[in-house]
Design a protein around this ligand. Sequence first.
Ligand SMILES: *[C@@H]1O[C@H](CO)[C@@H](O)[C@H](O)[C@H]1NC(C)=O
Ligand SMILES: *[C@@H]1O[C@H](CO)[C@@H](O)[C@H](O)[C@H]1NC(C)=O
Length: 478
Amino acid sequence: MHVILLLLSLLPFPLALALSHPHAAAHAQLKRHGLHLRQDILHGLLTGPGPFPQDPPWVPDYPTTFDGFCAPNSSQTVGTFAGPTLPSITDLLKRGAFVERSGTGLKLLGEDFRMVGTNVYWLGLDENVIPDPSYPSKTRVIEVMGIVSAMRGTVIRAHTLGISFGNPLSVMPGPDTFNEAAYEPIDFAILMARIYGIKLQIPLVDNYNWYHGGKYQFIGWAGIPWSGTGAAITPPDVGAYFYNTSSIVDSFKAYITHHLNHVNQYTGIAYKDDPTILGWETGNELAAVLFNDGPAPPAWTAEIAGLIKSIAPKHLVVDGTYGFYPETGQLQVSQIDIFSDHFYPPSIARFQAGLALTQAADRVYLAGEWDWTGQFGGDTINDFTAALEAGQGVGDFFWSLFGHDDKCCLYVEHNDGYSFYYPGRTQDMHNKALVMVQHAYNMNQDTPPEVVPAVACPQYSFPDSLFPSGLNIANLGL
Ligand SMILES: *[C@@H]1O[C@H](CO)[C@@H](O)[C@H](O)[C@H]1NC(C)=O
Ligand SMILES: *[C@@H]1O[C@H](CO)[C@@H](O)[C@H](O)[C@H]1NC(C)=O
């Protein structure tokens, strides 16, 4: 069941005047860092955003209020994040650079880089709209990029930018069949992440059977019968075929090869060459068979991670296994950069046990999902985020973020019990938003704000020259 609110009408789109002239100093700095970008891409970078709220705050010159609940709610906040602005040279260099691993930490242009942000699973295909599923509107995608920027997030984990199977709207609607039309929303989300200075972590398959598909689609396409939804699958051991059947492994590898070689229609950059993509995750919450019952077989993880590294050598690879099984050899897979766990509820003890294992293996630790609500107890949001901050090199993404509809008034709702509606639709949610924002600033070693930043919706204040040249904004359907 999903509460559904879809939005057809759009606001006028007041484009700011283009900032057009590439900057000679930027050229020189790019060169010093060994970045030889195409002129058209450089042009986009130069006029791109910083990932930070503006100071002084920008005030939209178009109406953003429809009723008492529309964004932004200026009574709760000071300042409004209007959209991307001209970045510093450092920021634009970071946008064009790959995140690299150095032992148990990450680096971006030689500086420590902490993954912090949220899960936005619906960017490539959404189930919370009519018809279900549909591609998300561009207004919503842009607003959520603005929210993550204002929250000081550095990375979004986005399932449906990589998990897209078995639906007519999927990248892979059926066995060995590719649907190029499904790339439009994925390309657009990647474009906008780049414009907002946000990196992406993209899982490639799901352990469960939800609307966007996952491992069970591949199993069914191989002629092996099963039925069920989510993690309730019959027969319960059928999930093992995903790893142990060479034709299924080959089909998944063909998908990965196709996906990573796709050239983004908006940026002209193949996914495998795009520094906006921090890395690929071998899957979401992968288990040995059904749910939380062991790791994806380490030999399979090595094969899949090896394929990803062979195609996209500058991208990081995250082990998609749900949790830690050190006795299985999971942590010895050399092609893996990042090991992760999910937290329902938050547990500092569980986090520290996984962190110790990860650091012993000289890799990076990620809390890839955690429950921000506190509804099932566990450690408090304040204690858990403080523990994450104290863990060297650690990254984390809370589960999961939603914004407004196309009118910037009603939230698009999802009923899994963990939806965070920025900037918070209850006082408790708003209080926790402040903790999450302050946490992200702390992770970035920056001084946290004392209020939750307001985010203008729609986020249409960026200059049109911020887009790659040759891209006709009129064709985006904004
Ligand atoms: C701000 O939001 C709260 C609920 O979160 C609402 O009660 C209040 O009326 C809103 N204020 C304005 C000015 O929109
Ligand atoms: C693959 O897993 C299934 C389900 O557990 C099992 O029945 C089958 O025998 C396995 N095949 C191989 C080749 O191990």
